[in-house]
Design a protein. Structure first.
Length: 337
């Protein structure tokens, strides 16, 4: 009998270890953003309201904004950061695949730049640790900007106004590090507080309708909140796309891009893992998923319920969940997105 209990204990320990490897929110897999004064805790998940960061240097933000809109960062002066991250389109281009220099088509759906400073890593596969590091990706990509730092610095140095702007912020003027820092600082300013859901979290129970509150209850009860939590309601962990079903087998035509985190680590157990996307402003950022396969929120919710949660759902479930997701749209510079 003791031997039997020993093996049962050993089996349970093994299962717990496997679960811990992929799903426990360890320091390696999750970094929650700065503590917010408004924190809601339920079902062991933390959701916090977005607060504006007023500590960012205004001159650096202004310089970063100018660079963000400057097409000189691309090899042929045709593409700026804003091409793929349009602030009037929820911080995206609302395309399944973005268009780079010379009409090149990207291989993955561009995520929103809004609230990107609240993510624990950047890109769908998390290959960039910071926003500063992320800038390197599109600038060097042959299908995005197709440029290099030597070329970009030479272009900017020919502009007297840029020389002055950089000198006002950085002691060493126009450098790759300073360009990255300025752009990243601007991107950190792109927070979207004051969504109706944030107001609800802060105590205004009239901010959501009965249907929207029903959707929020389902969001918690169904388990969506286990991955979509934190201040960004996502963006702080990796998760496999297809927990309860083989999404890629059903979709077909699997590409290297679909391998997700595996492309960074080379570990077989990381295949098909992606950074959980933020749900902030999700109603403004179709199409959805890394492959841009879901054209609207209804379709995206159905896919999540089927492949991530393995749930049988009703039309009422979809209606309520989508209604709730629409309450996550915030404001930028005091204006609703």
């Amino acid at each position: 009998m003791k031997v039997f209990y020993f093996f049962i204990t050993l089996l349970i320990s093994g299962i717990c270890f496997i679960f811990w490897q992929h799903f426990q929110l360890t320091q390696d897999e999750i970094v929650l953003s700065k503590p917010s004064p408004t924190i809601f805790v339920e079902n062991n998940a933390v959701i916090s309201a977005i607060e504006t960061d007023n500590s960012l240097d205004k001159n650096t933000v202004a310089l970063g904004k100018r660079l963000f809109f400057d097409k000189q960062l691309s090899a042929d002066n045709s593409i700026a950061c804003v091409n793929c991250h349009q602030l009037n389109l929820g911080g995206t281009d609302q395309l399944a695949r973005s268009v780079g220099i010379k009409g090149a088509i990207g291989n993955i759906n561009a995520p929103t730049v809004f609230n990107s400073g609240l993510n624990f890593k950047q890109f769908w596969d998390g290959r960039a640790e910071t926003l500063e590091e992320q800038v390197n990706g599109p600038l060097h990509s042959p299908i995005e900007m197709g440029s290099d730092w030597k070329t970009v610095i030479a272009k900017l140095n020919r502009n007297i106004e840029y020389q002055t702007l950089f000198a006002n912020v950085y002691n060493d003027g126009i450098t790759a590090n300073n360009i990255r820092d300025a752009i990243a600082t601007f991107e950190r300013s792109l927070t979207t507080p004051n969504s109706r859901f944030d107001k609800f979290l802060k105590g205004d129970k009239t901010a959501l309708t009965a249907l929207e509150q029903s959707g929020y209850q389902r969001f918690k009860d169904f388990g969506c909140v286990s991955c979509h939590q934190g201040v960004n309601m996502g963006g702080n962990m990796f998760q496999i796309f297809g927990v309860m079903g083989d999404y890629f087998a059903d979709r077909g035509n699997v590409t290297e891009t679909d391998w997700g985190r595996y492309n960074v680590t080379g570990r077989e157990e990381d295949k098909y893992f992606f950074k959980v996307p933020s749900l902030r402003n999700v109603a403004e950022t179709p199409p959805y998923f890394h492959d841009g396969s879901a054209q609207n929120l209804d379709d995206a919710v159905k896919v999540m319920l089927k492949y991530q949660l393995g749930r049988v759902f009703s039309d009422e479930d979809i209606q309520a969940l989508v209604a709730f997701l629409r309450t996550l749209t915030g404001e930028y510079n005091g204006q609703a997105l």
